[in-house]
Design a protein around this ligand. Structure first.
Ligand code: UD1
Length: 367
């Protein structure tokens, strides 16, 4: 009988991670797959557009939990997901990344005794003030299969006492999606270039959405002011996350000489094309630190730490923290041509999801 695999996703970065895994499992015989969308992200440009662009199947169920405090959101996902699991019990649940949907689904599975696999396991920022760090720690402790993107993940899990037999170093599934999507993304460039008035390698791209950066108005205001200053040297595109949008409107920072294009959140393909041609990326996102390393585009990460250290040691990433003077200095240095040369980390080769499918197949055959 075919083993049933249930994928659970909820937020924008989850969609890029699940797509290649579904595809890789489809190519193996013997699996029935279902997809549940928790509804943590629900805007068209935070969710629907990704399903379309990534060729994801429509979810078999949408839990429509929406926004709320961490406790409310996590609890709502648990309550609704448990109902779904009780109706149809899968053989294995796969959860992705480090968002509230990830930990909520993993906890429900663990309590019902349903095996759960965590894709993107083992990453640690060692900063427990980040909600994602708590989500990672808990998800990894209760998962039966842990798929790590890089060797530091295995090392972190070993130190936390996780049984090595459960841990599989498979590489980075985000990069699988990037590799597959890049040709299509680059077809978007001429239209994007025209609408935003950009030239290859002569603009910067910024995103900000971490609560620690955007929830406090004074902090966000200092960041936007720095970005506007940098834009006098390098025009900047700033797709604004909904969380950031809630606050950015009340800022009074618009310099008359600033060259910042504020846009709505963009789809995956447009955004990938923008990263590819950027001279510089500034971000507090996790995934973009990886994508820029793969694309060999300089990245300044506006955080004090990263759970993706391989992007610093091997890649093009540089941590600038929340020191805006340092951000400006590093940005101007990159504009003057002083860039860090990176290498692509091992197993970030477009085949991570196939390795996951191999492990899942062996796991299912063992019963
Ligand atoms: C979540 C993840 C974060 C991930 C990010 C990617 C957690 C703890 N955080 O953060 O790790 O990097 O997604 O985007 O899971 N909102 C909308 N429309 C939407 C979704 C959200 O307007 O489609 C607004 C809501 O008002 C909400 C706020 O954005 O309160 C934040 O959304 P939420 O899902 O709580 O967390 P993110 O900041 O998006």
């Amino acid at each position: 009988m075919a083993a049933e695999i249930l994928h659970v996703v909820g937020t924008r970065p989850n969609f890029m991670k699940v797509a290649p895994v579904i595809e890789a499992l489809q190519k193996k015989n013997g699996f029935v797959q279902r997809l549940i969308h928790t509804g943590q992200h629900y805007d068209i440009n935070m969710s629907h557009v990704f399903f379309e662009e990534l060729g994801l199947p429509l979810p078999d169920a949408s839990l429509e939990v929406g926004s709320g405090s961490h406790a409310v959101q996590t609890a709502q996902i648990m309550i609704r997901f448990e109902q779904a699991l009780l109706q149809q019990r899968p053989d294995l649940v796969l959860v992705y990344g480090d968002v509230n949907s990830t930990v909520a689904a993993a906890l429900v599975c663990a309590k019902l005794g349903i095996p759960v696999g965590h894709v993107e396991a083992g990453l640690r920022s060692f900063d427990r003030t980040m909600p994602e760090e708590l989500n990672r720690l808990i998800t990894d402790q209760i998962s039966d299969l842990l798929f790590t993107p890089s060797a530091d993940g295995n090392e972190n899990l070993r130190k936390e006492g996780v049984d090595g037999e459960r841990v599989h170093l498979v590489g980075n599934v985000m990069i699988d999606t990037l590799v597959r999507s890049l040709p299509e993304a680059l077809k978007r460039w001429p239209a994007l270039q025209l609408s935003l008035g950009l030239h290859e390698k002569r603009y910067g791209l910024i995103t900000l959405h971490r609560p620690s950066n955007v929830d406090d108005l004074a902090t966000l205001s200092a960041m936007v002011a720095a970005v506007e200053e940098i834009s006098e040297t390098l025009p900047i595109v700033f797709p604004v996350h909904p969380r950031t949008r809630q606050r950015i409107g009340s800022l009074d920072v618009n310099r008359t000489d600033a060259r910042v294009s504020y846009t709505e959140p963009l789809g995956y393909l447009d955004f990938l094309a923008l990263q590819y041609h950027a001279a510089l990326v500034m971000t507090d996102s996790g995934g973009m630190q990886e994508e820029t390393t793969y694309l060999n585009v300089p990245c300044l990460t506006i955080r004090e730490n990263t759970e993706r250290p391989v992007t610093l040691t091997m890649g093009t990433n540089d941590l600038v923290g929340t020191n805006m003077a340092l951000l400006k200095e590093r940005a101007l240095r990159i504009c003057s041509g002083q860039t860090k040369h990176g290498r692509v980390p091992p197993l970030w080769d477009g085949h991570a999801s196939e390795r996951i499918a191999d492990v899942v197949k062996a796991y299912a055959e063992q019963g």
